[in-house]
Design a binder for this molecule. Structure first.
Ligand code: ATP
Length: 625
């Protein structure tokens, strides 16, 4: 028989180098990975057999068998699942198939000690076999096919494949154990590992008898975990199932196991991770929740099952009412699925509300991981958006801990009739925005909205608890009206009103076509100028965001330039305007201050060469010698 030698994909070779030389202490996880793969292979075949029952006719009972050959020092994990063709093996056992593993390889640093810790963080799936074996052979035959293939490797750069024989469908993985991994040939140790890691697996995991007179022994409960009563499931079992179903390695932040009975029956076992999955902000916004029908795995790619804003959920939903031969088309606009989806949203939001109320600290942790995703629901879900808004936490100028809107409203000052916010993508920059100065001086709290998604929901939702949301970078600041604030005493005199009017008129002429208006500001205390959007115009940040996403084609809207009548520079300019009228120096000052206001907003300067020339001239004039 001809043997073909293949090279591992470069990333796999690197990964294997770490895995084979690793001093990773929890080597036993290799068994979890291999049993988990075997169980997935059975799930996939069970699903294919729904439309093609012949595939399992000769061997209908799925099972995973573990056998030990002490003399040969081998451990074999065998399943009668879907199996692999030669090409499947080349594709799956030579490249990086799983997202966790590809993440692992992206994070590899070359520093062995550091990289080893990544094993626990991302998992290495099939390749973890090389932590305990110095040679691995896989014999597999795809269900419905006659030919089998052997795959073998010692984990150094290459693997071979060749034709093989195997009398039934499925896969056997033979691990030639390393000398330091002999413990995994002991039945007692194997029993203990399987109990810990594979009890939730829904098909029997059988340990073959090693001695004459002994019997094969089923090691796990072999019923789908979610079908068991809650009282019989330990926390460890829930966590193990989460690792299996969520391809995760952290502990769940929340476990939600419930059964809906009545006109529509389904069970859900849902988890919210403790750590945010790395693909959370992928543009596809895909969920990985698994849909089962009467214990049979159907798909983990079903958009109709949960809304995108809950895509951080892991786990399963098992329906009693969908037909087993449900197809992708049938899943679309399916009324049963629609009801399950609504039930699921209700349940999850209900649990989150409870947490937000009872365990604020823990909820804040959840929110920092997933708040930005959940907030998408504020504008995407017309029915539940308000519930999400109510539990949402925001940064604010009042304190370093986040606040909910009810908290903000309770702290509103007398005469304050709006919820003030400033939005942007850099919290640090937001905090030092000049537009906040007047609010800070009056002790008026402003929400600092730093997630891109904030601008989107703000464009749809206009109020909370009857109080409108108002951007401090748009429209006039009604700070005078707010009386109940403990105003910091600011005795700084303002520029003379007549002089100020003169200056504003001159600035308007100098900046004609560059700004929408020029006016005196009540929102500034320390900075000389700032830009704001007119009442009817789009918020400055939202416009920038839409442009960045190419969803806004128009030119930049003209802004209003506000001048701080208490600032020394503005006072001097106002006096000069009134005394000397228009001058080149005043025109230069107007243009310089406009550029400065843009710089503070993080905008590029329109004409950097003209800006720097003006700046140099201006400085030269002002330095006395
Ligand atoms: N026993 C098996 N039977 C059939 N296919 C298998 C088996 N073991 C592995 N495979 C195939 O090899 C691929 C790679 O396995 P690996 O464990 O590295 O990642 P994964 O199973 O995709 O990810 P995860 O373990 O996180 O679910 C699998 O996706 C599957 O297609």
């Amino acid at each position: 028989m001809t043997e073909h030698t293949h090279e591992f994909q470069a990333e796999v070779a690197k990964l294997l180098d770490i895995v084979t030389h690793s001093l990773y202490s929890e080597k036993e996880i290799f068994l979890r990975e291999l049993v988990s793969n075997a169980s997935d292979a059975c799930d996939r075949l069970r699903y294919e057999a729904l439309t093609n029952p012949d595939l399992i006719k000769d061997d209908p009972d799925f099972k995973i068998t573990i056998s030990v050959d002490e003399k040969a020092r081998t451990l074999t994990i065998e399943d009668n699942g879907i199996g692999m063709s030669e090409q499947d093996m080349i594709d799956n056992l030579g490249t990086i198939a799983r997202s966790g593993t590809s993440r692992f390889s992206e994070q590899m640093t070359g520093d062995a000690a550091k990289d080893v810790t990544l094993i626990g963080q991302f998992g290495v799936g099939f390749y973890s076999a090389f932590m305990v074996a110095d040679k691995v052979t896989v014999t597999s035959r795809r269900a419905g096919e006659e030919n089998a293939t052997l795959w073998a490797s010692e984990g150094h750069g290459t693997f071979v494949t060749e034709a093989a024989s195997r009398d039934k469908r499925g896969t056997s993985i033979v691990l030639h154990m390393r000398k330091d991994a002999k413990e995994y040939l002991e039945p007692a140790r194997l029993r203990q590992i399987i109990k810990t890691y594979a009890d939730h697996i829904a098909i029997p995991v059988v340990l073959k008898a090693t001695k004459e007179g002994e019997e094969d022994q089923t090691l796990n409960t072999a019923s789908a975990l979610w079908t068991r009563p809650k009282s019989e499931i330990t926390e460890e079992q829930y966590t193990e199932f989460y690792h299996h179903v969520g391809q995760a390695f952290d502990s769940p932040w929340l476990t939600l196991h419930s059964r809906a009975e009545g006109r529509i029956e389904y069970t859900m076992l849902l988890y919210i991770p403790e750590q945010p999955p790395f693909d959370l902000f992928n543009p596809e916004r895909k969920s990985r929740l698994k849909l089962y029908v009467k214990r049979v795995f159907i798909t983990d790619d079903c958009e109709e099952l949960i809304p995108a804003y809950l895509r951080f959920l892991r786990g399963i939903v098992d329906s009693e009412d969908l037909p087993l031969n449900v197809s992708r088309e049938m899943l679309q606009h399916n009324p049963v699925l629609q009801k399950i989806r609504n039930g699921l949203i209700k349940k999850v939001l209900g649990e989150l509300e409870k947490k937000a109320e009872k365990d604020k600290e823990s909820f804040a942790k959840f929110w920092s991981n997933f708040g930005a995703v959940l907030k998408e629901g504020i504008y995407e879900d017309a029915v539940n958006g308000e519930r999400i808004l109510k539990m949402a936490l925001f940064n604010s100028t009042a304190s370093d801990t986040q606040t909910d809107l009810a908290g903000y409203v309770s702290r509103m000052k007398e005469g304050q009739d709006a919820i003030f916010y400033i939005s942007g993508d850099d919290l640090g920059a937001l905090k030092s925005s000049p537009q906040l100065e007047g609010f800070a001086a009056k002790g008026v709290e402003v929400l600092l909205l730093g997630d891109a998604v904030d601008s989107f929901w703000l464009s749809r939702i206009s109020e909370f608890d009857g109080k409108p949301f108002k951007s401090v970078t748009r429209g006039a600041a009604d700070l005078e009206k707010i009386t109940g604030a403990e105003e910091a005493k600011d005795e700084t005199p303002k520029a003379d009103e007549g002089e100020m009017d003169r200056l504003i008129a001159l600035f308007k002429t100098a900046l004609d076509g560059k700004v929408k208006d020029v006016r005196a500001s009540s929102r500034l205390t320390g900075s000389p100028v700032c830009l704001v959007a007119d009442d009817g115009d789009m918020d400055i940040h939202l416009e920038k965001l839409l442009k960045a996403h190419k969803q806004f084609g128009g030119g930049a809207s003209l802004r209003i330039l506000e001048l701080n009548p208490k600032h020394m520079l503005i006072k001097k300019l106002a006096a000069s305007a009134s005394k000397n009228g228009a001058s080149d120096a005043l025109e230069d000052a107007a243009l310089l201050l406009l550029d400065q206001a843009h710089i503070v907003e993080g905008d590029p300067v329109a004409d950097p060469v003209a800006f720097s020339k003006r700046m140099a001239d201006f400085m030269a004039e002002s330095i006395a010698v």
